[in-house]
Design a protein around this ligand. Sequence first.
Ligand code: NAD
Length: 453
Amino acid sequence: MKITIIGTGYVGLVTGACLAELGNDVFCLDLDEKKIALLNNGGIPIHEPGLEEVVARNRAAGRLRFSTDVGAAVAHGKLQFIAVGTPPDEDGSADLQYVLAAARNIGKHMTEFKVIVDKSTVPVGTAERVRAALQAELDERGVAATFSVASNPEFLKEGAAVEDFMRPDRIVIGCDSTPEGERARELMKTLYAPFNRNHERTYWMDVRSAEFTKYAANAMLATRISFMNELANLADKVGVDIEAVRHGIGSDPRIGHSFLYAGCGYGGSCFPKDVQALERTARGHGQELLILRAVEAVNDRQKLVLGGKVTARYGEDLAGRHFAVWGLAFKPNTDDMREASARVLLAELLQRGASVAVYDPVAMAEARRVLALDLAPALLARIRFAASPMDALNGADALAIVTEWKAFRSPDFEQIKARLKEPVIFDGRNLFEPADMAEAGIEYHGIGRSVLT
Ligand code: NAD
């Protein structure tokens, strides 16, 4: 099938590359000329395992192309996927300016039937706004072409995006019941047929329910994390090991093991903004989402917990102290630093007078970029970007771990001890066992692991 993807970010690029991998003829549009030039030169703007190979293979096969040409993009695909960003507006609601601009661009150029598929995460009712924006352009041009707007939210996880797209748990598609909606349903059924071969994974629903499903999923996951974080903070006070509790409750199939990890807060481009946007939608309808308000407040507080453990140990004034920080990305296997907990910890340590040496396996370049935006030059000057995890440790008072990269899971503890001034670890992701640390002679501060022995 001929498919156009509008927006070549995490979601658009992965969607385009994976749909090309299935044999479709995919045209990826982006307005960012630098990004398109990089892709056309064989580069990849994001770190995502396996993506480079899929993009290279399908470009070489002529099934995947990148362009800034809006007219050509609209002419190409019968299916027009909108995968542009929906960042938070000042009031927390989803900013739809990019989505609506993409819709207007389609309306400015289309001459025949199209299906517009919202893949971006958008609030309930957005499909109607997309429809109105597009129709206004058609009316202005006096073009009588028909179209349908469908919702197909994306559930991929950064860091495993290609795998998730190729082996989805479920595919959610919302179509309306007009004749155009029926045509949209048939086209989407054909497009996704290869994913449904073993068993049916597609959940068909109305457009509004599909839009809502994405927010409900992210809100549920964020809730599980904040719930465990809040319990972990109490566990620290009452001498309980939250990891033992996690196993104890996760084994109940009604609860399950996933997403029960206590840590130093969730980040990324989705959970924080989607929880806020759903709260905003509710407020717009006179309802307050009390649970989600708490989820957000708990998470904001949780990002301060690691810094709090550092000041509890060394005092409020950290002038003259030096810390090693392992992990900068908001989660492993990505270089994405949006809303990353490391940004909060670094700001606190630096503002209290400390200096830091940081290391992340892939996010170093992105960290340099975002930290230069976050921090005043005088604070930025106290960050050393280390060449390796062990290099970051040299002469540090303690090590703080913020991202659970696999490479940090089994370090050489003797080397850690030799390089740190004192063997102290603040572990924001509970990578190690307190008993093992005690045996290794390391003072260990996890999250919710202050078990009384
Ligand atoms: P992103 O910021 O990485 O990419 C968006 C791209 O759209 C940018 O390259 C931008 O230049 C381009 N763009 C903006 N306006 C455009 C226009 N009018 N025409 C063409 N291109 C345009 O965003 P992302 O992380 O891929 O997220 C996209 C959407 O998918 C968001 O709504 C997000 O919430 C949702 N989502 C993201 C993830 C994720 O893990 N990142 C997962 C599921 C859903």
